[in-house]
Design a binder for this molecule. Structure first.
Ligand code: FA5
Length: 350
């Protein structure tokens, strides 16, 4: 019987030596170690053997089984390595000194102007805050003095989510959180609150040349003792002259927002038509750009700040409209178009 084992071992080694790929190897594995394989088959002839012989024969078959299985594994590793080497040889050679032909990405014009505004305000001591795009009714409305059923809610056609939250319709949604974040340093250390918070806003509006349902605003707030409208006007003027680097015509007129008192509309003379009237300014020659005002006492109170002691201003810059005016883009919808060719032309070499 041991002779049979020896013969099978030699036969296996011969066949293994001729194997060329993993498929053939699998074939040989099945033919020796499978249920109906030759090694398993050896055990069938054991019936005629004495108990003593069975024991030693069984042991030898098991040793053969172990050796065959080990050699198959070794062969598998060798074939896999060979396949990888063959693949590497087929790969084209890389010339690391060759110049890349990939085109460079570019910043969206909104990003460029947002960064510019952030820089301007940072240089005047403002912090830049980030805020969520999904907010609660309390954040977006109640905490800025727009209680449930207040008619001002109709001014912004809001997208509500199934869980009762909503897509931020105005960056004012962050006012309460920012007042709360900095009230301690204001009250205890006398550090004025000076923050801007740019963000994407969503409104279910019919779109036209100056209205999108997704657009950017940049909110700003300053709170301290004795803040007045003159502070507000100073910061608005500085921001606009820095962004445009030239004199531009603006006008301030009364405007109603429940979270400011008094409130203003800051309009910019349309730079698309030079104030003549065009679709971008709805043929009025002026574009509503940056409503603003003195923070309503109720908003300060809800932010944990005593309105008897502190005053502040807030503004809600229409960042996307500012981009239109700065770059002479006549239709706001072009900014969401994804047209890379037109969107990439505003990059200076950063
Ligand atoms: C507000 O959203 C107020 N939260 C702004 C504010 C903040 C006032 C702080 C006072 C104090 P309004 O809905 O007017 O206000 O939007 C502000 C600016 O965002 C507009 O002047 C305009 O420039 C821009 N804007 C509003 N709706 C759109 C729109 N659909 N598409 C593009 N820009 C828009």
């Amino acid at each position: 019987m041991d002779n049979k084992i020896l013969q099978l071992k030699e036969q296996f080694e011969r066949e293994l030596g001729e194997i060329k790929d993993l498929t053939e190897l699998e074939g040989i594995r099945v033919s020796y170690l499978g249920k109906k394989g030759s090694v398993t088959g050896l055990l069938k002839g054991m019936k005629e053997l004495s108990n003593e012989e069975k024991k030693s024969f069984g042991q030898h078959v098991n040793e053969l089984k172990g050796a065959v299985s080990q050699k198959i594994n070794d062969k598998m590793a060798e074939l896999k390595e060979r396949e990888i080497q063959a693949e590497i040889e087929l790969m084209p050679e890389f010339d690391l000194s060759m110049p890349s032909n990939m085109t460079r990405g570019s910043y969206h014009p909104i990003t460029l102007v947002q960064r510019q505004c952030e820089q301007i305000f940072k240089s005047m001591g403002f912090t830049v805050e980030d805020y969520s795009e999904v907010v609660t009714d309390y954040e977006c409305f109640e905490s800025v003095n727009i209680p449930k059923n207040h008619p001002a809610r109709d001014m912004q056609d809001t997208y509500y989510l199934e869980n009762g939250q909503l897509l931020k319709s105005q960056t004012s949604a962050a006012q309460n959180a920012i007042l709360r974040k900095y009230k301690k340093s204001l009250v205890e250390d006398g550090v004025p609150i000076k923050a801007i918070f740019p963000g994407r806003c969503f409104r279910n509006e019919a779109t036209d040349a100056c209205h999108e349902n997704t657009f950017f605003q940049m909110e700003g707030m300053m709170v301290d003792k004795d803040i007045s409208i003159s502070n507000l006007i100073y910061f608005m003027k500085t921001m606009l002259s820095e962004v445009f680097q030239k004199d531009i015509k603006v006008r301030l007129r009364p405007g109603f927002f429940p979270f400011v008192e008094p409130g203003f509309e800051l309009d910019i003379s349309c730079l698309i038509c030079g104030g003549e009237g065009c679709p971008s300014c709805k043929h009025s020659g002026w574009l509503e750009l940056c409503p603003c005002g003195m923070i309503h006492p109720e908003v300060l109170r809800m932010g944990g700040i005593d309105p008897e002691e502190y005053t502040g201003f807030a503004f809600g810059l229409g960042l996307t409209r500012l981009v239109m005016m700065k770059y002479g883009i006549g239709d706001i919808r072009d900014l969401n178009s994804g047209n890379l060719k037109s969107l990439s032309q505003f990059n200076d070499d950063e």
